[in-house]
Design a binder for this molecule. Structure first.
Ligand SMILES: Cc1cc2nc3c(=O)[nH]c(=O)nc-3n(C[C@H](O)[C@H](O)[C@H](O)COP(=O)(O)OP(=O)(O)OC[C@H]3O[C@@H](n4cnc5c(N)ncnc54)[C@H](O)[C@@H]3O)c2cc1C
Length: 745
């Protein structure tokens, strides 16, 4: 093991990571159907999509024939049918979250508008997929499968219409202007509904022939809101509306449509019951969109990850060739390395790369998580149906499962010898307990991935663009980086902008069951740190502890005026803590993926020569990302923990006294003892009864001693992170690349 560690520390990155590495990190090595699908999607992305972008296809708002010509490519390559079950004309059985994530990643590697065009069809069908009646599924999902040769049926192309013209639905999804009324209801017959809906920014609307639309009741004979399936041939008005003059994702079609249509009541997604002469939809529009978005948002998050990772090779190529003019001769550093001679350019590229890796790791982990959750969710629904539990009664039963899941976590956190094995087995084998555990994490992973991957990802795409100089902001930029930067902003916006994800996180990240699992993840990082300190797992564990301390504190603490800190209207507290959590989750998943690669990589003989170098480089990249995450988390938590306290007196004397007498003095006593190790600091603190922080001379720190100690410890944990960056920077100067990208510019 030591010998291996030794080799790894000296091995260097030979080539950019290929499919073998990705399959292992993102855990689909054994899924050959996915390998094939990735190849097929890549072929479309780097072929017809790339040619269309390079040929200026993005320079129009309209849905042109050239853009429409991509649809048959999606159909023929299997991209369209990948969403469907085999019985519906698809070819992959089981959950499809990872499948769709991989397709989105491949398409967005070149152009996220093309990815959106393909995925928006799935989004349009998703209400039917998630909550539709068996009849609705049979009709629309099957009709969405590409027609086979000789089969002349009209293929369903779907769109999803929630957003409405201002001042109605946007972030606030409850403000529906779209209405549904009973148009006709003859005794004993199925009611006919009148649906009026205007949409804003509806993707695929240039060509969709089926729309799932969110509407509210405008009739005493219909209860609440619902989603309704609209078809192009329904009687009434089907106006596709004007194309949106968007600056992004121009290969997808976006319009502001107007519908005024009569449809049979069986088009209510998920069906309805008639109670006392009132149509009661089985699902409200918000129940449906919640079920839909919690899956589709993960895929969006991965589009931005693809952009960041796709930027690495064009930037390296650009940097290396930049100084080849003038007197430089082959073989000289100036000729061979170009801008790569400059440390800052290398370091910034590493930041882009590390962000791309961490966000891809987070996104694919979330996709896999939902794959596992999907089947458990079905079991849960069946269990509730068998027990005839709905509404509050169902909620009560599921809360019991949450308590049992907490009990299981308590048992498994004890040493094996001290556990109640019988109870452990009993709880482990209960699918509903497992569901409760996974669900609590899924409720965090999805918004975290959408928020961090796209929001922070968009910021980092700007960094990527800046590394290409003026070229970065031209249409000719290799890798289309300028367009990708703008596109990333849409990914941060549609399917709910960052505020929506932060709002959701502020509710789900304080779930006791999530926090209990997060505690276990801290212990897991400490264990990894003892085997692989180079990953920065120790730093991450401390940053996770700091966040945990802060989140627990703010839930009970008040500010200087006695007002509660953790409250839904206090977004200044909840939102930054949500951001901080995302940094941790992404860095954690990146470390876990590198550990996976290190552990399983030897099973693949094709990786034999390059594995050690790849793992060594990725280990340094993890360290870089962890250090950055720790910095963000430290800053955010410190602002919140200290920022809502009032400074005792802001005059020079007290300020001076305060600082000199406690903080500076304590730091002086800390620093000589710290010797580069946070544990040493901790020991110094523990053994020193007269430590100024313990004595608490500064009222500002009263009750916050543990936080202050953790924060100082976190700084100490950064030891070595810049050495890792230097090593990784050197690797960037040596890694082999292709002579040119495999798609046109
Ligand atoms: C190209 C494109 C394609 C799209 N495709 C579709 C589609 O196919 N179907 C569909 O239904 N929609 C679609 N959308 C709409 C998209 O989902 C919405 O634009 C998005 O959800 C935001 O709504 P809004 O633009 O009305 O922003 P607003 O609701 O006006 O919000 C603007 C900003 O205000 C702030 N804000 C708002 N509310 C809050 C709050 N509660 N707390 C804190 N801050 C807040 C946030 O910063 C937010 O970003 C698309 C949009 C675009 C641009």
């Amino acid at each position: 093991m030591e010998a291996l560690a030794e080799t790894k520390s000296h091995a260097s990155l030979q080539t950019l990571p290929g499919d073998d590495v990705r399959q292992m990190m993102w855990r689909f090595t054994d899924r050959y159907e996915l390998h094939m699908l990735v190849q097929a999607a890549r072929h479309v992305a780097r072929g017809p999509v790339a040619r269309l972008v390079a040929g200026g296809g993005r320079n129009s708002h309209e849905w042109t024939a050239d853009k429409a010509a991509l649809l048959p490519h999606f159909d023929e390559s299997g991209i369209t049918a990948a969403f469907l079950d085999p019985a519906q004309g698809g070819f992959i059985a089981g959950p499809k979250n990872l499948v769709l994530a991989l397709i989105a990643f491949e398409l967005a590697w070149v152009d996220a508008g093309a990815a959106t065009c393909s995925l928006a069809g799935n989004l349009g069908l998703a209400p039917i997929h998630e909550r539709g009646t068996p009849e609705q599924r049979a009709k629309y999902m099957v009709a969405a499968a590409p027609a086979k040769p000789g089969d002349h049926r009209k293929q369903v192309r779907a769109a999803f219409a929630l957003t409405e013209p201002i001042p109605f639905v946007g972030v606030e999804t409850g403000m529906l202007a779209g209405k549904v009324r009973v148009a006709e209801w003859k005794e004993g017959d199925e009611p006919v509904l009148q649906v009026d809906k205007r949409g804003r920014f509806i993707t695929n609307m240039g060509f969709a022939n089926v729309v799932t639309a969110a509407v509210d009741s405008d009739d005493k004979r219909i209860e609440g809101s619902c989603m309704v399936i609209l078809e192009e041939d329904d009687p009434g008005l089907w106006d596709r509306g004007t194309p949106t003059k968007k600056l992004v994702h121009q290969l997808s079609s976006t319009n502001d449509p107007v519908f005024s249509l009569r449809v049979p009541a069986r088009r209510i997604v998920g069906g309805y019951a008639v109670r006392d002469g009132v149509i009661v939809p089985n699902y409200s529009h918000s129940e449906i969109i919640e079920a839909v978005f919690r899956r589709t948002r993960v895929t969006v998050g991965l589009m931005t990850s693809a952009k960041l990772l796709s930027a690495v090779e064009p930037i390296i190529l650009y940097q290396r060739r930049r100084f080849r003019g003038g007197e430089g001769a082959p073989g000289t550093p100036r000729f061979e390395l170009g801008i790569q001679q400059k440390e800052d350019a290398l370091h910034r590229l590493l930041d882009v790369w590390a962000t791309g890796e961490a966000s891809a790791s987070l996104g694919f982990a979330a996709a896999r998580w939902f794959d596992e959750l999907d089947s458990l969710e079905k079991e849960k629904d069946q269990w509730l149906a068998e027990k005839k539990l709905t509404g509050r009664a169902a909620f009560k039963e599921l809360s019991k499962k949450q308590d049992e899941a907490l009990e299981l976590l308590k048992i498994t956190s004890r040493p094996v010898g001290e556990r109640e094995h019988k109870r452990e087995e009993e709880l482990q084998s209960d699918p509903l307990v497992r569901f409760a555990m996974l669900d609590s994490v899924a409720n965090v992973l999805c918004p975290a991935c959408k928020l961090w991957n796209t929001g922070h990802g968009a910021n980092m795409m700007r960094e990527a663009v800046s590394l290409m100089g003026g070229y970065g902001i031209t249409e000719d930029c290799p890798g289309f980086l300028g367009q990708k930067w703008m596109d990333a902003q849409l990914e941060a916006t549609y399917e709910g902008p960052e505020a929506v994800q932060r709002l959701q996180l502020s509710l789900t990240m304080t779930n006791e069951l999530f926090l209990a699992q997060f505690e276990q993840w801290i212990a897991e990082m400490r264990r990894i740190a003892s085997d692989r300190p180079g990953t920065g797992a120790c730093t991450l564990a401390t940053a996770m502890q700091l966040w945990m301390w802060a989140i627990k504190r703010v839930q009970t603490a008040t500010d200087a005026d006695g007002d509660r800190l953790y409250h839904k209207s206090r977004q200044g507290v909840t939102f930054p803590l949500a951001d901080a959590l995302c940094w941790l989750l992404a860095a954690r998943q990146f470390i876990l993926d590198v550990v996976e690669l290190d552990g399983k990589g030897t099973e693949n003989s094709a990786l034999a020569e390059s594995l050690a170098g790849t793992v060594s480089f990725f280990t340094d990249l993890c360290h870089i990302q962890t250090a950055r995450a720790a910095g963000e988390v430290g800053r955010i938590c410190a602002e919140i923990i200290h920022g809502y306290n009032r400074h005792p007196a802001w005059d020079e004397a007290s300020c001076h006294a305060c600082y000199c007498a406690s903080e500076l003095e304590s730091l002086e006593s800390i620093i000589p003892g710290i010797e580069g190790s946070a544990r040493a600091y901790s020991d110094v603190y523990e053994s020193n009864e007269s430590h100024p922080l313990k004595a608490g001379p500064c009222v500002r720190f009263a009750g916050l001693e543990a936080f202050v100690r953790l924060r100082a410890k976190l700084d100490g944990c950064l030891t070595g992170c810049r050495l890792a960056k230097d090593r990784a920077a050197e690797a960037l100067t040596k890694v082999m690349t292709r002579e040119a990208l495999d798609y046109p510019a």
